[in-house]
Design a protein around this ligand. Sequence first.
Ligand SMILES: Cc1cc2nc3c(=O)[nH]c(=O)nc-3n(C[C@H](O)[C@H](O)[C@H](O)COP(=O)(O)OP(=O)(O)OC[C@H]3O[C@@H](n4cnc5c(N)ncnc54)[C@H](O)[C@@H]3O)c2cc1C
Length: 468
Amino acid sequence: MATTEAKPAAAAENGAQLEEAMRGPVIRPDDPDYDEARKLFNGMIERRPALIARCRDTADVIAAVNHARAEGLTLAVRGGAHNGAGLGSVDDGLVVDLSPMRGIRVDPNARTVRVEGGCTWGDVDHATHAFGLATPSGIISTTGVGGLTLGGGVGHLTRRHGLAIDNLLEADVVLADGSMVRAAEDENPDLFWAIRGGGGNFGVVTSFLFRLHPVGIVNAGPTLWPLERAGDVLRWYREFLPSAPEELNGFFAFLTVPPADPFPPELHMQKMCGVVWCHAGSEAEATEALAPARELEPALYGVQPMPYPALQSAFDALYSAGDQWYWRADLVDEIPDEAVERHVEHGAKAPTMQSTMHLYPIDGAAGRVGNDETPWAYRDAKWTQVIVGVDPDPARAEEIRTWTVDYWEALHPHSAGGSYVNMLGEGEGEDRVRATYGPNYERLAGIKGRYDPDNLFRTNQNIKPAKP
Ligand SMILES: Cc1cc2nc3c(=O)[nH]c(=O)nc-3n(C[C@H](O)[C@H](O)[C@H](O)COP(=O)(O)OP(=O)(O)OC[C@H]3O[C@@H](n4cnc5c(N)ncnc54)[C@H](O)[C@@H]3O)c2cc1C
């Protein structure tokens, strides 16, 4: 196999060769649409790749992977470009941009959906909702299917139907040598195990097949309480949620109420705490399950029936592309009183309207999968905790970063140890990646050594290939 050491100078001239091999365009720094094409969701991170290969099909992906390998260009793979650490692009290298690959086919009888590698979750929800079906994903519809799934995938349906990876049935993967293989329980099972949490380390996934569930109308929305009640609400939530029926998902948040509908004007710009609920059952069951939350007399009870895609896109406008974005995450088994106190202290100091802390439940169906059944090594943890500093103004980048890190450092001693690989912040380092995969790291490194021994796929939370 050719060396994968970067040689950026060769990139521009060899782009012509790649262009001939592809159906989609190859965008270079002197193209008028280069600046638009290289933008990432996180405005804090700027990358200037030598070539952006806009792939229309698997053949284009194979051509681009072969080109990067042959020319020794550092390769990045771009799905939805949402990665907080900017891992969907790379300076001076070649970006395999999957965004034109948006085909989706629902099989309502088999209850599956086949999804091309460049889809966003909004694309998928739109297609499956027409059949009254859905598969677990995240909480924002603009996020890419590729990155979210390959790292795990935590969202509104986690307690009821598991992580996104728990619903992945098979995938087509373009490997470092340019070949394409199917990964499933019955074919390349080691690769199939590795891509269910091991990120983009093993190849480019051009197509995913997911299991679907009957989820059409959900009973969803926020309940909000004044910040002064945050300690009581969080202590209630930590006991209530794990014992609630699995149809009920609810992530706890510190937030600032956006100055917009449907929030009442008197709450606009108030710092509050809340829980965003999603009940994937009947309205009567939701009302019964949420009775304890109503008894806590929230300042806003916003739960109502809505189409699942409406819930999935409810936060899109609040978190739009180009904002400054810095986050840190941990996995959490328990929330002791000392942790509640630290949460209340730091949650109250959120520096900007969009800065927030979420505790996403990962118990229920996700918690019943064994720690070594997929690379996600913390199935016994109950929450993924993410602290995220966000603001449109680049001048506030340092401020949101400092708040995030201070908050994270105060809570980290109460965590289970590792992180959620999709929510590692820029520059957290190899130790955090190892801690995140825990005892599964060595198996991942072995599989990496077999499928990508020269580490062509290294613009990711990288797993170092073990010698075969
Ligand atoms: C606003 C926002 C909301 C989010 N909400 C959630 C949430 O609710 N739940 C959750 O679990 N996560 C959430 N995330 C985190 C998200 O899972 C990660 O940021 C993820 O990396 C995004 O995937 P992407 O395809 O959009 O990103 P990209 O930046 O395009 O890619 C991320 C990584 O995945 C690799 N990759 C992407 N597609 C492929 C592919 N097809 N084949 C091989 N490698 C690929 C890339 O090489 C890169 O290393 C959110 C992120 C943001 C910014």
